[in-house]
Structure formats: structure tokens, C-alpha cells
Design a protein around this ligand. Structure first.
Ligand SMILES: Cc1cc2nc3c(=O)[nH]c(=O)nc-3n(C[C@H](O)[C@H](O)[C@H](O)COP(=O)(O)OP(=O)(O)OC[C@H]3O[C@@H](n4cnc5c(N)ncnc54)[C@H](O)[C@@H]3O)c2cc1C
Length: 389
């Protein structure tokens, strides 16, 4: 049995940040993870580039709640400074998303590793599965497949939905974990599968009747829709606990309905069968889908389109609607987790002294763009500094 001042469970983004910040005061720290490399999960983030943070953090729907009291202590600017101090140069993509200058998530792991390697008070206990956690008197006992670890202070940084047994054991109140930032399931879209459509505006209406808008590119799946704007809208469904409602796609947001009708009237002159009418305006699978939905006689000549038919076309192009029936499993984060109201300002449990939480296990979730990692850095930093005392 090994004894430490501090044990950090999970060497993901928040666990690594916590470790870096709690090592100033010569405390003995063990950082435990089942993977072979600290921060390994980061390799998959930002398509391998790791979108570290978002400049400004000002989008009002970015997080499920107001986090000012935490960002006032460690925000995007301080994150950028800290990573630079660790040796990681960063740059933004012109849309406020910040990445390593190398464009490689591996660089983030490298600077963590270099920092850890210098510190003799830290034991990196990798390839070690956490099996159980108990508190005996004032000491925590962590049981793993590689033996037991005793510590005075324990940090749970196991990511979304992975620490539920610990939460249940210590009776820590938490919001149910629900997948978020994922593709949405709709009725069959087989004809559209793998079709990418750029520059669209998407309106999601959730079961409660609230509407949210996002713009960008979408990608159709066999029976659903993906793309960053859909991922962001999935968060709004997840936060309501139900993937039910609708998605309405404005395929030509740069035209209002009146101008779109003028354009469609102009296109009548092309004089083709209706089966060809949308070709050149939309990619072919989408053109066929629109035609199928409109149920017009494909053999008819575009010259003979009536005003009513043009109106119907314009309405559909501005409002192509799908019913949301669920979510795909490949979620990036979970909404839900430990209620922040059950934690003190340093993210320590109010009911179990010396038990801390950071990262996605807290009831904090953000949209795409670096918001989720920023919470991991902020919460890890706050807990790490508190542990120095
Ligand atoms: C594909 C993908 C891409 C993403 N891209 C971005 C992005 O570009 N920008 C952004 O802001 N966010 C992104 N995210 C979200 C971001 O990765 C998370 O919000 C963040 O990693 C959460 O940090 P964490 O420390 O809470 O948990 P994690 O980083 O998930 O770390 C938890 C750690 O706990 C370990 N663990 C779990 N259970 C056990 C156990 N029983 N025993 C031992 N170890 C255990 C895991 O191995 C893991 O290392 C992405 C997520 C995914 C899935």
C-alpha cells in the first residue's frame, strides 16, 4: 500500500492541469489512469489538432450555466499564458478557436509530460484501472488493479459519466449524464447519406418549444444529420434531457423568401424537366430529395411551373424540416454531473471534506469550439491551486 498527500483519479485534461498546479508545495502526488500516456484522450480532440480554448468565451449558449465565478479566476487568456509558460506555442484560426501552433494535439501531451518528468514529487501511475474508492477515518483508499493507494486528499477527474460509482458511494448529488455534442437521429435520410451541404442556417426546436439557431455545414447520415452546427444544437436537446423536437434547415439563408421566388421564376427559363430543375442550385442528392418531398411531376417542363408550385418550392428551401428522434452514440461530452451547488468555491465537496471534482464529471458542458477543454483547464487549475494549501 502506497501513501500520498494527494491522489488524482484520471490523467485527462483536467487531471493533468490539476497535477501541474498542485506540485508547487512539495506535496506527494499520484496521478492514476488506465491509459498508457497522460492526456492520451487529447489526441482525439479537435480532429487531432486539439482546440484548446475559445477566445472570449462570450456565447450565451456556450455553457449550460453561468461560470463567471470560475472564469474570473482562470479564463481563456490565462490558459493561453500558462500553456506558453509550459512551452506550448498557440495560434487561433481566425474564428476565436485556439490550437497548438504545431496543429498537433501530441504537442499538448508532450508539454505535460516534460513538466511531469521534472517533478520528483509526482508518481505517474499509468495503465492502472481504478476499481474502488473508500474513505476510512480521514484517509481515502483507492483500490486499483495494481494495488492500493492511500491519500489525504482525493481529486476525481474521470471525465463524463465514468465516476458514477464514486458519486453513488459518497452520496454526492448529481444530474443524470446525457450524451451531448453528437449527431441527431431523424427519419430515414438514406437518399441523402454522405451529402454535405455548406452555408446553411439550422433552427432546432426542442420538446419544450424553445428554438436555437446555428449556421455552418451539415452532413447527412443514413438516418440523421451531423456537422458542427448539429453537434451544438444537440447540446440544447441534451440539456432538456430529451432528443425530441425538430430541425429546420434554411438551405439558402442569404436569400429571403421573396428573392428566392424571383430566382426560381428566373430558373423556369432554363426549360428542363422538373427532375433536373434543382441541378446546379443544390448538389444532386439534395436536389432529388427536394423534388421527392415536393411530389411534383418530374416529367413536367420547368416552363410550366405555376406560381403556387414556385411558392411551395421556396418555402421548402427555406424550411426543410426533419423530426428529431434520438441521438447517435459518438458524443464528444456528457451534459450532467456533480451539481456545482454541492461543491465549494474550490470544487471541494461540501459534504465529504477533502474530496474534489474537476472536468466533465461536474455538471458543466459547453458547445464545440474549445469551451469544454477550457472548463477542464479552469476546474483543474482551481482544484490544483487549492490543494497546495
Ligand atoms: C472526439 C472528441 C473530440 C473533442 N474535441 C474537443 C476539442 O477540440 N475542444 C474541446 O474543448 N473539447 C473537445 N472534446 C471534449 C474534451 O475532450 C473533454 O471535455 C475533456 O477531455 C474533459 O476532460 P476531463 O479531464 O474531465 O476528462 P477526460 O479528458 O475524459 O479524462 C478522464 C480520464 O480518466 C480516465 N479514466 C476513466 N475511468 C477510469 C478508470 N476506471 N480507471 C482509470 N482511469 C480512468 C480516462 O482514461 C481519461 O484519461 C472532445 C471530445 C471528444 C470525445
Amino acid at each position: 500500500m502506497k501513501k500520498f498527500d494527494i491522489a488524482i483519479l484520471g490523467a485527462g485534461a483536467s487531471g493533468c492541469m490539476c497535477a501541474i498546479n498542485c506540485l508547487y508545495n512539495r506535496k506527494s502526488v499520484v496521478l492514476i489512469d488506465k491509459v498508457s500516456q497522460a492526456g492520451k484522450k487529447l489526441l482525439a480532440t479537435g480532429n487531432g489538432r486539439c482546440n484548446i480554448t475559445h477566445i472570449g468565451l462570450s456565447n450565451k449558449h456556450a455553457y449550460n450555466q453561468n461560470l463567471d465565478q470560475y472564469f474570473n479566476r482562470f479564463d481563456d487568456g490565462q490558459t493561453i499564458c500558462l500553456f506558453r509558460d509550459l512551452g506550448l506555442e498557440l495560434c487561433d484560426d481566425g474564428e476565436k478557436r485556439v490550437y497548438p501552433r504545431t496543429n498537433s494535439a501530441k504537442s499538448v501531451i508532450d508539454v505535460f509530460y516534460n513538466n511531469f518528468a521534472k517533478n520528483k514529487n509526482l508518481l505517474l501511475q499509468l495503465e492502472t484501472e481504478i476499481i474502488n474508492v473508500e474513505k476510512q477515518d480521514d484517509v481515502f483508499k483507492v483500490t486499483t488493479n495494481k494495488g492500493e493507494f492511500m491519500c489525504q486528499k482525493l481529486v476525481v477527474a474521470l471525465g463524463g459519466n465514468k465516476g458514477q460509482e464514486i458519486l453513488d458511494k459518497f452520496e454526492i448529488p448529481y444530474q443524470k449524464f446525457i450524451p451531448s455534442l453528437c449527431a441527431l437521429k431523424t427519419e430515414k435520410t438514406k437518399l441523402l447519406e454522405n451529402t454535405r451541404v455548406s452555408n446553411v442556417k439550422v433552427t432546432a426546436t426542442t420538446k419544450s418549444g424553445r428554438s436555437y439557431k446555428e449556421s455552418g455545414e451539415i452532413l447527412f447520415k443514413d438516418s440523421g444529420i451531423s456537422g458542427i452546427c448539429i453537434f451544438n444544437l444537440s447540446a440544447m436537446f441534451a440539456r432538456e434531457g430529451k432528443f425530441e423536437g425538430s430541425i429546420a434547415i434554411d438551405l439558402m439563408p442569404d436569400y429571403d423568401e421573396k428573392f428566392l421566388k424571383i430566382l426560381l421564376h428566373e430558373r423556369k427559363k432554363i426549360d428542363v424537366k422538373l427532375s433536373k430543375f434543382f441541378e446546379g442550385l443544390f448538389v444532386n442528392p439534395l436536389a432529388y430529395h427536394l423534388l421527392n418531398t415536393l411530389k411534383l411531376n418530374e416529367e413536367k417542363s420547368s416552363k410550366n411551373l405555376t406560381d403556387a408550385e414556385i411558392d411551395k418550392m421556396a418555402k421548402l428551401i427555406k424550411n426543410l424540416t426533419f423530426t428529431v428522434k434520438g441521438n447517435y452514440d459518438n458524443n464528444q461530452v456528457y451534459t450532467g454531473g456533480v451539481h456545482l451547488s454541492c461543491l465549494d468555491e474550490n470544487l471541494q465537496s461540501k459534504q465529504v471534506p477533502n474530496l474534489y471534482f474537476c472536468g466533465e464529471i461536474c455538471d458543466v458542458d459547453g458547445i464545440c469550439g474549445g469551451y469544454n477543454l477550457q472548463w477542464a483547464w479552469t476546474s483543474g487549475h482551481i482544484v490544483g491551486l487549492a490543494l497546495n494549501n
